[in-house]
Design a protein around this ligand. Structure first.
Ligand code: SAH
Length: 420
């Protein structure tokens, strides 16, 4: 990656990991997500570098849609908010959104309520894939009939407008947060781990392909000081341990909660829950803590070194769901709040949402034996936690609803089945 090469050669010192990740994934010309990937060179799917849950089975998007509809229909929700808008962060090929809309269109009421689509996507290549996918689903289902549901794209969640008074906001983010740049700190006075070139002479570096290595900065910097204060948990880490911190995940998490936040109803000095004005599902690999060494690269479904072929591999790091929850706590925008639910393992979320019943229905409708088996295998892969290719255990689902906490968390996030 020549651009990265030049930058590092000319820079006064090593790069923060976040900058390396940003350049590799999102550089306008050489970034991994920005390139024209077609046919066999597609980044997703069996021939690409990685596969996501919606690409594996349509059931994923269908069950997510059912969850959102159950929140919208919760007492008075659909009366108070007769309009629904859909916001997705990093929609990839648009498969999840297509399955979502197809499911929504099975009921006249939510279909009637569906008014707008807002997509946060930095890659032009991905935007055009999403546009094509939407065109197909909207034309098939005649959802667009009589109304003009034109998607709007944004570079950042900050640009997504506030919802109208009568609008319910749905936010979906599947495998979005893991692609956000991280910084790595070492708890030895919170010194930052940086990316340096191996070749010491700028002239040699410019000619050859870049080779990189991690180095530890000599002392704490204003950035590392600031990052170490992002969560009170980070001050309790054992000496010498490393943590990966995605500060943009914190910022985006907070903005996401603001988008769906709503006010409670004040009654006799008490704030009582109202119907939520929006809801979100964040699905990703990770857990309820910070990770130290999850930063990794994928190429053709193979785990490779993060410095192998910059710009040609998917770079990813596990999501710290505890940090996301901290980012959403006490947002307090003119008394508006949001409540987090979970996180739950993806296998728990999907099975409780009725995955097996849905798979059975799809299989019964299919006469071809091989296709029936394919539906079954794909569905099980979403919840399998034993097989390394299975997504049940490593993926987690965080639910967020606007407003103050209700007595009972929305299904399937009840405490009894393991929400944190
Ligand atoms: N949600 C999809 C795709 C996940 S891949 C699925 O489940 O199949 C990550 C997606 O996020 C890609 O579309 C990529 O272009 C986009 N993306 C990555 N970093 C981004 C950023 N900082 N802002 C907006 N979109 C981003």
């Amino acid at each position: 990656m020549l651009y990265l090469n030049r930058i590092t050669a000319r820079a006064s010192g090593p790069l923060p990991v976040s900058q390396y990740m940003q350049l590799c994934l999102s550089h306008p010309i050489e970034g991994y997500y920005m390139k024209q990937h077609t046919g066999d060179a597609d980044v997703f799917g069996s021939k690409g570098d990685f596969t996501t849950s919606p690409e594996i089975s349509q059931v994923f998007g269908e069950l997510l849609c059912l969850w959102f509809l159950s929140i919208w229909r919760s007492p008075q929700g659909n009366i108070q908010y007769p309009k629904i808008r859909y916001v997705e962060l990093g929609p990839g090929r648009g498969t999840l959104m297509s399955d979502f809309i197809r499911t929504l269109s099975m009921w006249p009421e939510p279909m009637e309520a569906f008014t707008s689509i807002h997509l946060v996507e930095t890659s032009q290549t991905m935007r055009s894939r999403q546009g094509q996918a939407l065109q197909t689903v909207l034309s098939n289902k005649r959802l667009d009939e009589g109304r003009n549901i034109t998607p709007v794209w944004y570079d950042s969640i900050d640009d997504v407008p506030e919802a109208a008074e009568d609008e319910f906001t749905i936010v979906v983010a599947n495998e979005f947060f893991d692609a956000l740049p991280i910084n790595i700190l070492e708890e030895r006075g919170f010194r930052e781990i940086m990316v340096d070139t191996l070749s010491p002479t700028p002239a040699a570096t410019l000619k050859s392909e870049p080779s990189f290595r991690f180095v530890v900065s000599r002392e704490a910097t204003p950035r590392s000081e600031l990052l170490s204060r992002l969560s009170p948990r980070f001050s309790k880490l054992p000496n010498g341990s490393r943590i990966e911190i995605a500060s943009s995940a914190w910022r985006i998490g907070r903005k996401l909660a603001e988008l769906i936040s709503s006010r409670g109803e004040s009654m006799g000095g008490e704030t009582r829950p109202f119907a939520p004005k929006g809801a979100a599902l964040i699905i990703d690999y990770g857990d309820e803590h910070a990770f130290g060494s999850s930063f990794r690269a994928f190429k053709s479904h193979r785990l490779v070194d993060v410095f192998e072929d910059p710009g040609m591999c998917d770079l990813t790091a596990n999501v710290d769901f505890a940090l996301l929850k901290e980012s959403m706590a006490d947002i307090g925008i003119s008394d508006n709040t949001a409540t987090t639910h979970g996180s739950l393992m993806q296998s728990d979320f999907l099975t409780q949402m009725g995955l097996f019943l849905r798979l059975q229905t799809l299989m019964e409708r299919q006469r071809d034996y091989t296709k029936r088996r394919e539906i079954e295998t794909a569905g099980y892969r979403l919840v399998n936690s034993a097989d390394p290719r299975g997504m049940g255990k490593v993926f987690r689902v965080l639910g967020v609803t606007g407003g103050v906490e209700h007595d009972i968390a929305p299904w399937p996030f009840q405490k009894a089945i393991g929400s944190c």
